[in-house]
Design a protein around this ligand. Structure first.
Ligand code: CTP
Ligand code: ZN
Length: 152
């Protein structure tokens, strides 16, 4: 007989569950969303098995709900993330992260000579590839790919 499905991280009563984060980018997601400086209860699991991603991470945030624009900031590092809104222990809404066409701030330009790296100019990129996100700098036109992605 098949074993019942087990929940790897405890269920939450109210809040947001961000699922299907690539395990290697968990801490980038934490940084982008500023989760290191909030007082709400956060639980996360990482290196969980995922058929799609190999190893995935999940973040559960009690009492926190995001605006679309805020959550789409993680598209850079977790383009396949799924959001679950929880009320009274039930999933009442599911949504996916949308990779925007343009990204301001968040990432650094890979080109050391780029103006954004030596003057206080906010970075601005056009998103070239939405699956494994790569960015073309508005100022120097160099491409910053996933392997060189650094969060500001
Ligand atoms: N979850 C939770 N607390 C709850 C309800 C759900 O933390 N009170 C989490 C689950 O652990 C799961 C996610 O929210 O990671 C989505 O829940 P559910 O839709 O029940 O799971 P699945 O059907 O597996 O989701 P998916 O759409 O990703 O297949
Ligand atoms: Zn640049």
């Amino acid at each position: 007989m098949k074993e019942p499905k087990q929940l790897n991280v405890s269920a939450i009563e109210n809040g947001t569950v961000i699922d299907h984060i690539p395990a290697s980018n968990l801490f980038k997601v934490i940084q982008i969303l500023g989760l290191d400086s909030i007082n709400n209860m956060i639980t996360f699991g990482t290196n969980l098995e995922s058929k799609k991603l190999g190893k995935k991470a999940i973040i559960k945030l009690a009492g926190i709900y995001f605006e679309d624009d805020d959550i789409n900031r993680i598209a850079l590092v977790a383009p396949e993330a799924k959001l679950n809104i929880i009320k009274d222990y039930e999933v009442i809404e599911k949504s996916v992260v949308v990779v925007p066409d343009e990204i301001r701030g968040i990432a650094r330009c890979v080109n050391p000579k780029c103006i954004t790296n030596f003057e206080s100019v906010e970075t601005k990129f056009r998103v070239m590839n939405k699956k494994s996100v790569s960015l073309k700098c508005h100022y120097c036109e160099k491409i910053t790919d996933q392997d060189h992605l650094q969060i500001v």
